[in-house]
Design a protein. Sequence first.
Length: 339
Amino acid sequence: MDPTKATATVSPRGRHQVVVLVRPGLLPMELGIVHRLFGQAVSPSGEPLYEVVTCTPRPGVIPTDTDFTLNVAVGPEALENADTVVVPAAQEDYEPQERGRISTGMARALARVPAGARVASICTGSFVLAAAGLLAGRRATTHWKSCEEFRTLYPEIEVDADVLYTDDGGVLTSAGVASGIDLCLHMIRTDHGAEVANAVARGTVVPPHREGGQAQYIERPVTPPEQCSTGPAREYALRHLDRPLKLDELADRASMSVRTFNRRFRQEAGLTPMQWLTQQRVDRARQLLERTDLPVDRIATEAGFGTGTALRQHFHAALGVSPRAYRCTFRGAADGAVT
């Protein structure tokens, strides 16, 4: 198969088909995430936008990593009609002798996926996509505990250990179990816009977009908050995104030296202060593009980029699209003022 970035949101066969390919040792939460999130996505008239199907290479009773089993009656033939395929993690991914391998059944199942279908993994399900050759030359992530081994096994893959998920040419990967939520919301947002994705997020009682990456979840010695909190600086920055903000100004708000502020900010947020600030400005621009008809130069000013050119550069670097394309997608109509 040769997946390319999916642009159609509705299959010619009807609703967008999301097929979850599971293995013995499945982590049930990851299967539940896919069904719950895609299952809640509905049109303005209340019609379901997706149909979710669970399949396995050999139908029957599937053991999980818990004290219960699942009876999966659908075989790999379901993949032939898939618009999106999701591969969750399984217990074997945590066994060193199994990593870097793919079973014959999984390999044959993935070979059934039609060209152009979107393919995604949750957590260490990325090892399956990598073993199948679907991530070669692409950017990908996996659980932070497995990133170094992932790099060693697959040097041809650009591993980003800091992000919650990646989307490279229609092949997507996510970090730990809960980042599967972020990944599914991203796919829903890509297909149907922020309003639908936000409604799903509210129904699931999760944020529609989480700040930072998985670096903030890596185990580190706990330092007393009063010694390292950069919260006051971040609160100050969010109130003043429309004006130039210098590193020493933010460090002063946290009552730290610039060097200490840099180090502690990275420990807390998983990003450098300037990376975080750019991310917040991109998010502010996204909100304004979705909710207002302001021209791009005005949005650039409101978000703190200063000029429309700077906004376009940062916006494209962060999201891979122009402000105009983003507005067309998430407001449903082109705005001649945004180019």
